[in-house]
Write a new protein. Structure first.
Length: 388
């Protein structure tokens, strides 16, 4: 049963954060972690020392949510002191919010709190390697085994380096079984992959694990896109039981120049946004889904697109466009191509764009998706000063 065991005493993480806040005269420290669907902030610990129950905060319409979305510390003066909410982030990866009560609020205190939020992010990520608590606290419902495996495969949902920012989400968060994505930045190149494996559930999750492993192995072997596709295809054909294949889009971004090289293997083409408009889709020759190499070429046309500063690129799986509404109508590519530029222009970071897109897809389906839906959004702003 979900979250059946209450936290009786602070663990090492909350003790460390509480001690740090006490140094600046604060108390009533609560760490809120973002849930898997990115709609609510879940409290840890479950009870404050004086017995008060911290509440779950919706991302939309709460001070905690505003701090989370803006990545900015917020403070409000009340009778018992200043109530403060500090974003807990690592680069572009938003993990949650640290709440506390302080006796006073000024620029020095704000600076100290912001630094504490950065430190808290590293503590959360480190603690997730030796305790399940951060994972459990993020859940608002039970997660099935396939979804557990898929989330374990993923890199951080958001990342930024040198002017490039990437953010993604999986839906349905607690039941996803066949979709996943991966990325890595090395020597000024951002590698990106999105997979949609055949079927659903546990078998698809196991196949996805194999394909992501093959992708990372080929990528770390410094193979080019065509070689990476062939390597993944060969791995898929070793999977016991047939059919075993996946559609995929593979891409490499030269961060300094904005040159994006990409190819699809039976997968929807990415959508490009420039100056508030979705660019017309290119007519390309896709390869076959990975795992069907014995039937023909999995390597199709390799395309080069020169991005301009501010351009956005959306990678997605067909569960997005095939999400059905109450009238049995599909969300559709046209709707996605219309919505994406508006969300892009609405402002905020790629994390905000991807979150709003995901909520639109889920809302269209009546909160219940029939297939996995994955969104991964890249924005290139031009070369910044600290490429990784």
């Amino acid at each position: 049963m979900l979250r059946t065991q209450q936290v009786a005493e602070p663990d090492a993480l909350t003790e460390t954060l509480s001690a740090a806040v006490a140094e600046i005269g604060g108390h009533d420290v609560v760490l809120y972690l973002i849930d898997y669907e990115h709609v609510a902030l879940m409290p840890h610990p479950d009870a404050l020392p004086h017995g008060e129950q911290p509440q779950v905060h919706a991302v939309d319409g709460s001070m905690a949510g505003r701090a989370f979305l803006s990545s900015t510390a917020l403070a409000a003066e009340r009778e018992d002191g200043w109530h403060v909410w500090v974003p807990v982030t690592e680069r572009a990866n938003r993990l949650g919010v640290l709440a506390m009560t302080l006796a006073h609020w000024d620029e020095d205190t704000e600076r100290a709190c912001s630094e504490l939020g950065l430190a808290a992010a590293y503590l959360v990520m480190a603690s997730a390697n030796y305790t399940d608590l951060p994972h459990l606290l993020r859940r608002r419902k039970d997660m099935d085994l396939a979804a557990e495996m898929q989330w374990f495969l993923l890199p951080p949902l958001s990342f930024s380096t040198g002017g490039a920012t990437l953010s993604g989400l999986l839906e349905p968060a607690y039941e996803v079984g066949g979709d996943c994505f991966d990325y890595a930045v090395n020597n000024g190149v951002l590698d990106i992959a999105v997979f949609d494996t055949v079927g659903h559930g546990l078998t698809s999750a196991v196949l996805a694990s194999l394909l992501v492993g093959a992708y990372r192995h080929a990528r770390r072997g410094e193979e080019d896109l065509a070689e990476i596709a062939r390597s993944i295809d060969s791995a898929a054909r070793t999977f016991p039981g047939q059919p075993a294949f996946a559609t995929a889009v593979l891409a490499q971004l030269q961060i300094a120049t904005g040159r994006l090289t990409w190819m699809t293997c039976g997968h929807p083409r990415p959508i490009f946004v420039r100056r508030g408009s979705a660019l017309q889709p290119m007519a390309i020759t896709p390869g076959l889904p990975l795992g069907l190499g014995a039937l023909g070429a999995v390597v199709g046309e390799i395309v080069e697109t020169s991005l301009e500063p501010g351009d956005g690129v959306l990678f997605y799986t067909d569960g997005v466009t095939e999400a059905r509404g109450s009238a049995d109508d599909y969300f559709g590519e046209d709707r996605l191509r219309d919505l994406l530029p508006r969300e892009h222009l609405a402002g905020g970071e790629p994390q905000d764009v991807i979150r709003r897109l995901a909520r639109s897809v889920v809302a269209h389906s009546g909160t219940r998706l029939r297939d996995d839906a994955t969104l991964l959004y890249l924005r290139w702003d031009g070369l910044a000063s600290d490429p990784a």
